[in-house]
Every structure is written in C-alpha cells, then in structure tokens.
Design a protein around this ligand. Sequence first.
Ligand SMILES: Cc1cc2nc3c(=O)[nH]c(=O)nc-3n(C[C@H](O)[C@H](O)[C@H](O)COP(=O)(O)OP(=O)(O)OC[C@H]3O[C@@H](n4cnc5c(N)ncnc54)[C@H](O)[C@@H]3O)c2cc1C
Ligand SMILES: *[C@@H]1O[C@H](CO)[C@@H](O)[C@H](O)[C@H]1NC(C)=O
Length: 364
Amino acid sequence: MGKFKPVVIVGAGVLGLTTASVLQDKYPGIQITIVAADVPLVPPVAERERPSPDYASMWAGAHLRPTPGADRQLGDEHFLARRTAAVMKSLARSNPESGVQEVDGREVMEYLPEDKQRLKTGDSYVGADDQFRILEAHEIEAGGVWGCEYKTWIVNVHVYCRWLLTNFIRRGGNVVQRRLNSLDEAFDPSLFPSSPSSSPSSSWLVVNCSGRNFDTDEKTNVIRGQTVLVKNTYHKTATRHNKDDTWSFLIPRPLGGGTIVGGTKQHGDWGTEIRPQETAEILAAAAKYWPDFVSKVEDFEVVMVNVGRRPWREGGMRIEREELGKGRVVVHGYGAGARGYELSWGAAERIAGLVDAGVVSAKL
Ligand SMILES: Cc1cc2nc3c(=O)[nH]c(=O)nc-3n(C[C@H](O)[C@H](O)[C@H](O)COP(=O)(O)OP(=O)(O)OC[C@H]3O[C@@H](n4cnc5c(N)ncnc54)[C@H](O)[C@@H]3O)c2cc1C
Ligand SMILES: *[C@@H]1O[C@H](CO)[C@@H](O)[C@H](O)[C@H]1NC(C)=O
C-alpha cells in the first residue's frame, strides 16, 4: 500500500477526471479508483454510440464565456473560472493533443443587463492578457445593443475527456465501469479487493462527482440543451444573446471536431428526444447571425443532433465534505450546471483540498 488512504471517485465526467488528475499530482502513488456508469469513448464519438443525455460532459460545446457577477455564487464561480482558464491556456500550449485551444471569443447582446454595464475595456475577466474590450456601436451587428471580444479557450470535449482518462490510467489509476444504485455502494469492499481493513467502509474516501444523477439532493434539476454538431469549422467562439433570453452560439471543436451550433437552455425540461423544430431554428439563427460562417442553412454539413441535460444545482456546485456514519467520508463535487468545463480545474483543486485531511492522516 502507498502512504495515502485510497480514494474512490464516482463519476468519469470532466469533474471526476480533473479531480483525479489533481489528486495524482498532489499525492504521488495514491491509489485511486474511478467508478462510473459512463466513461469517455474513443473520439470521434459516432451517432450509433450516442452517450447518455445524463453524461453531460459528452454534450458540452465547450467554451469559456467570462461572467463576472455581483452575487456570491457568480463571484465565486468567477474565481474558479479564472483559475481554470490559467490551466487550460497553459495546456493548450504544452499539450495541444489534449484538445484544448486558445481562441477569440465574441458576444453580442440584444439587451443590456446590469452585470454587463460594469465591464470595461482593458480590465481582464478571463485572465491576464485576455485583451477584453467592449465593442464600439458601429461594430455591433443589427439588433445588438452591446458586445465584447476577448481571448478565451475552447475544448474538444471527447478528445479532452479521453486524454484525461488515458493520463489517469498511465499514472496508475484504476477504472471500474459500473452503475451504482446509491453512493453507499462506492464503499463496497469488492472495489478494493486488496484492502487490509476489517471495516472496509472507513478504509477509503469517496468523492461524489456524479453530476446530478443520483437525484437525492432536492436542490438539483436539469437544464436541457439541444445543439447541432456540424462538420464546418468556424474560427472563433461566438454567442448572441436574444431579448427573449434564448441564445445562439458557435463553438468550434479543436483538432477537426467540427463546430457545435447551439442551442437551447430549458430549465426543468427532462425531454431527451431530438426536436426537429428546434434543430431547424438553431441552424436558421446561426446562418442569420454569422453570414461569414455559412451563407445559407443548406451549407451546414450536419454530423449529429445532440441532446444533453446539464446537472444544475440551486446556489451552484456542492463542494463539501460529509460524514455518512460508520467512518464513511464523502467529498462532494457535483452540480456544475452549464459550467462544468469552465470551473473544472478550480473546482477540482477545491475538492482535492477537502480530500486532504482524510488521505494524509491515514495510518495504513
Ligand atoms: C448542450 C450543453 C452545452 C454545454 N456547454 C458547456 C460549455 O460551453 N462550457 C462548460 O463549461 N460547460 C458546458 N456544459 C456543461 C457541462 O457539460 C457540465 O457542467 C459538465 O459536463 C458536468 O460534468 P460532471 O463531471 O459533473 O458530470 P457528468 O459529465 O454528467 O458525469 C457524471 C459521471 O457520473 C457517473 N454516474 C452518474 N450516476 C452514476 C451511477 N448511479 N453509478 C455510477 N456512475 C454514475 C456518470 O456515468 C458519469 O461518468 C454544457 C452542457 C450541455 C448539455
Ligand atoms: C451525490 O451526488 C448526487 C448527485 O448526482 C446527489 O443527488 C447526492 O445527494 C450526493 N450524495 C449522496 C450521499 O448520494
């Protein structure tokens, strides 16, 4: 046995995988088992392998849009997002095969909420050197009242999750693909057959990165998202916020992954079926707002229509240590909603911080 208490991470989404990476960095030799119903597939992910709509990490764009906000939750998320951006930008340079890439971001709004009014050209919101600037009135397309540009990052989610998984295994991590009926089953002795203890429940620590799927937390819900993956590749990430609170966006996927054309955000809508009407609206809006991408809807080469459910939680992510009795300790890290990639490294470092006391004090 190593000198640290073993850890079982439930979940192989971006949060479980990133947390595993942070723990392996912090505690060389630590024994970690990821238990997950769904694990990253080999990219490119094809229609016939369609991951579950509840495996949110497979359905994200994904990009970072800076959203510095005034309230406590947005403020805290902004802190985590800035930390994540620093890691992502450095990964884009050192490990482009991870699927992370630096890119220009542009947003146009048809209305001007208070939190945008406070933003200023020259301030940094993604991180240092993001070249953030508010657009001049004449630069904004018809119908828009406010806009901004900045340097940000995008990620090919399939390549990236697979890359994280491969690194985890290469560094000695263990993966068990299994659906658990409850989190308690993560304390099952069969997960660590070699465990020396007669009271298995306290011989390892469990990290709960299950998205929202166990549904025993009353604060969780879903935000349905339908998007369209097209083969065409746009050169930046762009978002248009409409007056009725719908939006359109383009998120290119690095390494030839095409572009995610989006998309819906439907709070509390549990429907997992593809809605053809939404597909048509999404593509029509994108053709209208970004004529420099396609000149007409028919120019889109559709690869796949996506439906995913974002693991939303009221008040934001739950990052917390909990004692479940009989020596069982769990550290939660779930409920990232629409921001799992944006917050991933900052959140994972915080989750790993709560794991500390449990793994280091262990006398094995
Ligand atoms: C359309 C769309 C667009 C998005 N765009 C962005 C974006 O641009 N930027 C961004 O940051 N985020 C985006 N997101 C959100 C992002 O995808 C999520 O926040 C993130 O993937 C959540 O990751 P997670 O690891 O918490 O959960 P998940 O990826 O859902 O992973 C959950 C893991 O837990 C496992 N699990 C669950 N239940 C069980 C069980 N009973 N037994 C065993 N294992 C279990 C699953 O198998 C899986 O491995 C988007 C989401 C959608 C749907
Ligand atoms: C673990 O995470 C899920 C979200 O997937 C949540 O509903 C649940 O309350 C958490 N804790 C336990 C003990 O299952």
